[in-house]
Design a protein around this ligand. Structure first.
Ligand SMILES: C[S@@+](CC[C@H](N)C(=O)[O-])C[C@H]1O[C@@H](n2cnc3c(N)ncnc32)[C@H](O)[C@@H]1O
Length: 320
């Protein structure tokens, strides 16, 4: 918990500079994501990946918890299936607004945008609810508190140490330390974020630098914040939700409310994609269901790897 911490830009640069190390053995201060920008070389990419891996939402060991890690081409199978379906449904010049939700750092959204770029009326909007971190100077000199976008605790970062929320819940020592740190530092950090106390806090965006650059270069690729359970107004020809493990927690009623909320943002004839990669490995097989909006209903038009849910969850149910 307290060793091999990478908490400063200088230490980060030395890790990037030393090839061939096992990057997962270090604990990274999550705010170091903010040190990466522009074109990244393969070493920088690997270190940035290792940091994303350590940024989690909720408790990863429990249902609903997940990390921010994703990777380019992870959803290639889904992209290919989607392109095939678009071919027969939308002419090259048709308006095609895609919303890729729970996109994490948006690299899979960028993959899809690159495949659609030649369609003049295509756009991809990539969003995630946990799109930023708050970093607050703590009451204890030399310490910072790192909060997720929902103000939940992610890390305490002290001189040469990174204390993760998850490690504070495992052992009796961790629990005792956690109780002390939380009482001392956490509530004040949340107050500073709520009050937007000038100079005391910083916001670090979690979108990948390549996605930030792509969004700056082309207005048809946009990044933003949105919540699967309370989506912002908008209309899309395609809505995709992949690997949102929070959904694994939902009972049938919540699940149908979630689908209803997104259905309301789907254009007539539009496609709704819900799925996941089975396992965490780079070769994780995909299970996904693609539905088409037809009036007040969703009709399953394609399943990958057996689909995400029985067709009955979508078909024959009125969503509007
Ligand atoms: C593992 S990533 C999936 C990234 C990408 N879609 C993929 O398939 O590789 C899961 C993402 O779900 C996001 N998430 C969790 N709850 C969410 C919610 N209520 N609304 C939007 N995004 C959410 C997390 O922040 C995380 O970035």
């Amino acid at each position: 918990m307290l060793t091999r911490a990478v908490t400063s830009p200088e230490r980060l640069r030395s890790i990037v500079g030393s090839a061939g190390r096992r990057l997962g053995k270090y604990r990274y201060a999550a705010f170091l994501v903010g040190e990466f920008e522009g074109d990244l070389d393969p070493r920088q990419e690997r270190v940035l990946d290792a940091i994303y891996w350590q940024i989690s939402v909720g408790d990863r060991s429990k249902p609903g918890g997940c990390h921010k890690w994703t990777w380019r081409s992870r959803l290639r199978q889904v992209d290919d299936a989607l392109l095939g379906l678009l071919e027969t449904r939308f002419a090259a010049g048709d308006r095609l607004r895609v919303h890729d939700m729970a996109a994490s750092n948006a690299v899979t959204s960028l993959d899809l945008f690159e495949l659609l770029r030649d369609r003049p009326m295509a756009s991809v909007h990539a969003t995630d609810f946990f799109d930023r971190l708050f970093v607050v100077d703590a009451a204890l000199p030399g310490w910072k508190v790192v909060l997720n976008a929902d103000r939940s605790l992610l890390q305490f970062v002290g001189p040469g140490m990174v204390v993760r929320r998850s490690s504070l819940e495992r052992t009796p020592f961790g629990k005792a330390l956690g109780a002390g740190l939380k009482a001392l530092l956490y509530a004040k950090a949340v107050e500073a974020v709520e009050a937007q106390t000038p100079g005391a806090m910083a916001e670090i965006e979690l979108f990948h630098p390549h996605c930030v650059r792509a969004a700056a270069e082309d207005p048809r690729f946009t990044l933003g914040r949105d919540n699967l359970f309370d989506p912002a107004p908008g209309t899309y020809e395609v809505i995709r939700v992949m690997n949102a493990s929070a959904l694994g927690e939902l009972g049938p009623e919540q699940s149908s409310r979630f689908v209803k909320g997104l259905f309301a943002r789907l254009a007539e004839g539009g496609l709704f994609i819900l799925g996941l990669n089975v396992g965490d490995g780079a070769s994780g097989q995909i299970r996904a269901t693609i539905c088409e909006r037809s009036g007040g209903f969703l009709k399953v038009v394609k399943e990958l790897g057996g689909g995400i849910a029985p067709a009955e969850s979508f078909e024959g149910r009125k969503f509007a």
